[in-house]
Design a protein. Structure first.
Length: 398
């Protein structure tokens, strides 16, 4: 049996690899530099072009790009009319922004539990969380796997709720053959560097609904309109005139970020293909490793995986998750944990949320660990990661 590096053995590799990283090439850099040399570095033609690219890719009618995935979620909540006294149902196994966006609007996030095999929000639990204050469901495609769209759609229709999909992980995923972005009432993407395509920082909201689209445009740019049909005081004094007709924010994306996004979108198919290839290799390699549980993928979801999450079966191992994580670092394979249940954080605790709220989420959290997954990984990086996981699972087997 091989000795873990943390106990004095030889690490599986000499240089460290991380759980995720962006892939920016010379074409991307040129695209950004060209914009910086030109007349518009913000509010220019690249922003609109990026929106058309996202519409074409997903099949959705409208896209609004903005400066982060978080602001995309905030805009979606504003467009959904979420406000003081409302409740918004989401999952605890997500980045905090999925719930924070409800708080920004004065609403209360309500946490539904997850499916213990897919780790996505469980529609049956959503149903149990619905009250007469519920306004929307923010369902997160955790690791890139689409949520149970049909079931959530049916629940939202039955109770008159807005279905917002937090697709920060899932650009490129298809559900029953249709791209994420073209499924929920509104879908939010993130273009943070660890995500599948990047704009440095950035986000987008996609919708097929003309009314929601108008509200999204206002929310992300000061609530200002140049459209005379939308103005209260038109006809107006001159062509310079615009009106603020609602309270909005400055959540705009710059033109050089939009140029980066457009350039990255040209490569999304190859990024997704490489991610799928690595996931297939991991799934095969871990299928029969005692102590390692592989995430279940529902057949409806043709998944573009953003994260590869292994779950340690701690009953079958002599180590803790912390020890396994530290041992992986010593092998020079840097993992990460996605995510601490959102309502465990002190800010949420002070709002009155208590541990024990979502038992499946808390149980799954104890064992999960994201191992490296990004398109630029070499086959050797992939095999080293598999080697490290199997080496440690074997050493720590009960
Ligand atoms: C990254 C992420 C966000 C926020 O996106 P930013 O672009 O970083 O603001 C929201 N939800 C989930 C699930 C994420 O992973």
């Amino acid at each position: 049996m091989e000795k873990p590096a943390i106990l004095g053995g030889t690490p599986v590799r000499d240089n460290k690899i991380f759980y995720g990283r962006q892939w920016v090439d010379e074409d991307d850099i040129k695209a950004v530099a060209d914009v910086l040399r030109g007349p518009y570095i913000t509010c220019g033609p690249k922003v609109e072009e990026a929106e058309r690219v996202l519409e074409k890719y997903t099949g959705a009618k409208h896209a609004v790009v903005c400066n982060s995935g978080t602001s995309a979620l905030h805009c979606a909540c504003i467009a959904a009319g979420i406000g003081e006294g409302d409740e918004v149902i989401t999952t605890p196994i997500t980045f905090a922004a999925s719930a924070n966006c409800a708080l920004y609007c004065g609403a209360r996030p309500v946490f539904a539990d997850i499916d213990p095999e897919t780790y996505n929000i469980d529609p049956a639990s959503i149903r149990k969380c619905i009250t007469d204050k519920t306004k929307a469901v923010i369902a997160v495609d955790y690791t890139g796997q689409a949520v149970k769209v049909d079931e959530i759609r049916a629940i939202c229709d039955e109770f008159g709720l807005i279905f917002i999909e937090d697709a920060a992980h899932s650009i490129g995923t298809k559900y029953n053959g249709k791209y994420v972005g073209n499924l929920a009432d509104m879908t939010c993407f993130s273009f943070h560097p660890v995500k599948t395509v990047t704009a440095g920082e950035g986000g987008a909201i996609l919708t097929n609904d003309d009314e929601l689209y108008k509200k999204l445009v206002l929310a992300h740019a000061h609530g200002i309109t140049h459209d005379e049909d939308m103005m209260e005081d038109a006809p107006h004094e001159g062509i310079w005139y615009y009106e603020e007709i609602s309270l909005g924010y400055n959540y705009r994306m710059t033109d050089f970020q939009a140029a980066l996004l457009i350039s990255q979108m040209k490569k999304i198919d190859s990024f997704v293909a490489r991610r799928k290839e690595i996931v297939k290799r991991y799934d095969e390699a871990f299928a029969n490793v005692p102590g390692i549980i592989v995430q279940k993928n529902i057949p409806e979801s043709d998944t573009s995986r953003h994260l590869y999450v292994i779950r340690l079966d701690l009953d079958k191992l002599t180590c803790t998750r912390r020890e396994f994580f530290d041992a992986m670092s010593a092998e020079n394979v840097q993992c990460q944990i996605h995510y601490v249940p959102v309502y465990w954080f002190p800010y949420y605790r002070h709002l009155g949320y208590e541990k024990g709220l979502c038992p499946n989420a808390e149980e799954v959290y104890k064992g999960i660990m994201s191992i490296p997954l990004y398109p630029q990984m070499s086959d050797k990086d992939v095999e080293d990661t598999i080697h490290a996981v199997t080496k440690l699972a074997t050493y720590y087997a009960k």
